[in-house]
Design a protein around this ligand. Structure first.
Ligand code: FEO
Length: 163
């Protein structure tokens, strides 16, 4: 194995976090379906797919470095959201948490002089800047809507955030 045991364990933990993000955003997509906001539901489906991609990317890196991928059970995602704004607020908080975790991984890579992992994680550091920014912009948009009709009118525009 070309990375430390500690790094392999932490990266496996991050695989779990990214799959949990996938699970969380999928639950959010279904919640939006339930409240009749299909555009938001599609937006969160795409976000969920991205998270699955993140998990697979880290798992692929572990394999490349000769480490085992150890998948573990995920917690239940939250499903009882009261409003669109609550969903997007939780998204912002979630992405901030993921950013902290990525930064912890980067700090470990630097501490271990693990240049390969630091280089690999650079992509995630950049990605998190974008993810937090997009979630925050989505929250700013949703806060402008005072009712469901306004949220429905907003549905086409939210996809411009992903371009
Ligand atoms: Fe994989 Fe949204 O961070």
């Amino acid at each position: 194995m070309m990375i430390s045991e500690t790094m392999a364990a932490k990266l496996n933990q991050q695989v779990k976090e990214e799959f949990f993000s996938y699970w969380t955003y999928l639950a959010m997509a279904y919640r939006f379906e339930s409240i009749g906001l299909k555009g938001f539901a599609k937006w969160y489906q795409l976000q969920a797919d991205e998270e699955k991609g993140h998990a697979l990317k880290i798992a692929g890196y572990l394999i490349e470095q000769g480490a085992d991928v150890k998948l573990t059970a995920l917690d239940n995602p939250k499903t009882d959201y009261a409003s669109a704004q609550e969903i997007v607020q939780v998204t912002v908080e979630h992405e901030k948490k993921i950013t902290r975790l990525i930064h912890e991984l980067m700090a470990l890579a630097n501490k271990e002089d693990d240049f390969a992992t630091a280089s690999f994680l650079g992509w995630f550091v950049d990605e998190q800047v974008e993810e937090v920014s997009i979630a925050q912009q989505l929250l700013d948009m949703v806060k402008l809507a005072s009712d469901k009709v306004q949220l429905m009118l907003m549905e086409n525009r939210i996809f411009t955030l992903r371009e």
